[in-house]
Design a protein around this ligand. Sequence first.
Ligand SMILES: Cc1ncc(COP(=O)(O)O)c(C=O)c1O
Length: 437
Amino acid sequence: MSADRRASIVAADKKYVWHPYTPMDRYIDVTDPLVVDRAEGCLLFDVDGRSYIDAMSSWWVATLGHNHPRLVRALTEQAQRLCHSSLAGATHEAAARLAEELVSVAPQGLSRVFYSDDGSTAVESAVKMAAQFWFNEGRFSKKKFVALDGAFHGETIGAASLGGIEVFRRPYAGVLFDCLRAPEPSEADAYTSVFNAIERMIVERADEIAAVVLEPLVQGAVGMRMYPAHHLKRMRELCTHHNVLLIVDEVFTGYGRTGTMWACDQAGICPDILCVAKGFSGGMLPMAATLVTEQVFDAFRGAPDRAFFYGHSYCGNPLGSAVAREVLAVFRDEQIVEGVRAKALMIQKAFDDLALMPGVRSVRSLGMIGALDLAESASYLGQTGWRVYDEARKRGAYLRPLGDVVYVAPPLNIPDVQLDRLLAIVKESVSAAVGGP
Ligand SMILES: Cc1ncc(COP(=O)(O)O)c(C=O)c1O
């Protein structure tokens, strides 16, 4: 029965669904997809009833695991009262209270919340806010954005323009706007030359620069590249001094992923604009926010043509807002960020040990992220990570790689016994895929 069901789902999928980030010929001809039927906590169950530890929190969103009972309850209760109402000259309790609660846990200084749908639109909003901020201030030359090599900020044209992963940019050359691009980091100097270069850009071209945009501490999509917090602090000081906005994209790093509620907390900074999505939504519904300081917000007040003429149908959606409020409540009541510390040590120790394995070129970890490179210059299109993926799947983990980079970013509340098992599976799978003891 389940074999028939599986086969018919896969047949419909392969005939009609265009998958994200997927070379489709290979998918249709070769891939035997995981057919997920249900999920609970950190486990995904396929249609045959087999379980898989969700090593990457389903693209980094299921920070509290799947189907957390409190989130499910918040969703169903809200659904019985109000599923949708726009924020066009109207409001509702969930969006209003969520904004207040989000500001209370955000880096101090952020005071206004603009809602959107996902990480890309949170960043798109930030880009437009920064551009219009300077327009409204009468500083018409400040239109350029500074972004990192290997940056990933999402898929809309504005967010993708900030992106610095060549394979994602190439087809859209001439459509994306140009950024001032920092040079490729070298592992040897822990991003010092990158941030030195940005400093030079800021000092020499502040009159043209609207904002510096950063993934704080971890550049996720390019392969979990990490840099120390003091660079963030220095960027904050430079941006303030030279009158450039600092946009921090906490879509991946926010909500405890790096071991603190915000990656910004580790540098003790507050950006001018902060983007949040993924963990913010509890992995239930698309939901995102862009937070700004009162100074940024003030530039949009006054005459009607100074307003931010931007928005999405679902911004501040009541279902998403109700769940996001409950996510914050669970973080508080279950002390999620505090609980990360011991688990982060488990990840760090396991990845440090993996560094000794044949085939592993380098390892790094921070908070609830552990990553290893299986090639000298690990590439997004590299295939070695996929061999590890196949091995991990046989052993009961869903461990989607970033090309040659194998990583874990499990739910923050993963029970120790499952985390232990996941880390053992990573070791066994790397060993099986690339050789070793
Ligand atoms: C740092 C960062 N910003 C933005 C995005 C885009 O988020 P979404 O896929 O929800 O649009 C991502 C997605 O991985 C991300 O890692």
